[in-house]
Design a protein around this ligand. Sequence first.
Ligand code: KG4
Ligand code: ZN
Length: 353
Amino acid sequence: MPTVLALETSCDESAAAIVRDRTLLASALASQVEEHARWGGVVPEIASRRHVEALPQLIAQVCLESDVALADLDGIAATVAPGLVGALLVASVTGRTLARLYAKPFVAVHHLEGHLCSVQLGEPLPPGPYLVLLVSGGHTELLRVDGPGRYLRLGRSHDDAAGEAFDKVSRLLGLAYPGGPAIEAAGREGDPSRFALPKGRVSRPEGGYYPYDFSFSGLKTAMLRQVRALEQAMPAEPLPLADLAASFEQVVAEVLVERSCRCARDQGLETLVLVGGVAANRRLRALLEQRCRRDGLAWRVAPLAYCTDNAAMIGLAAAQRLVAGQTSSLELGVGARMPLEQADRLYEHPGCF
Ligand code: KG4
Ligand code: ZN
């Protein structure tokens, strides 16, 4: 039962957590969202500086809350890819320094493997394999998961990630950053069927469509056209933000859930798992549940508190790797991009990428 300190600084949340095997002992987070909101998106330089300021305090806090001293740990973990390089370096350098100081194994973690593990912070999973719909600010992927490191990507977005579409449409509607929670709040009382919006499809060169792939750029343009048309038709009226937001959320949820359920059925996978920042969306969670029930699929959704970035999920991923005897080189760097299918490379010795 390894006890692991996990650090996460891949984007705009600084986070630390201590897990013991599959149990979360303490989790702390310092969000920078308000500061980035002023600029309408994440400013990488600001993110790195705030991580440097926040991380030591967060580490002290989780040690205190869990009553675990750094010397008692079995491993120290940090997210090393993918993400903003300057931001990733903060957790990676801190983690590797502590590992060297306390002579502990260092466990590098792929951020998306962390998101996959976030579902384990809730109800236990039925036996796998699973189909995972991973929807975050940077990724929209359908993955067959057979176990740690055994991933097969079956679907993906060809342009914007789902969370990115929320963020861009939020800006278009004059709402806040990050867009997901802002659109969700604006659309709560709205009519989701008022505006007909396109379910972007990706055509195959040989004809037909990729059945499990996504495209959100056409939807973004359709929202822009709709807003312009409303402004022209009713220049004196405020935009019907609630209906626009609800209609947008609805079509995104439908596209994600319909293609996921179809993929699960076609591939003979009996459990659908929803993770990532966009998994916090209530309309999406409710539709997934409804369609899985209808189609006879089991489903699991990451707990609301662990959908967006956090270190608890990174700790679970690291503990799994440690149990499997996998540790990382102290020479390992960080990477802005790295497909999840290559996560095993983080445990090759000696390894640099
Ligand atoms: O997983 P995450 O915290 O960071 C990445 O790894 O990208 O996801 C952040 C994304 C943002 O695009 C944000 O707008 C979206 O998740 N998001 C939501 C909601 N909460 C966060 N999207 C829809 N509904 C939400 N409630
Ligand atoms: Zn994330």
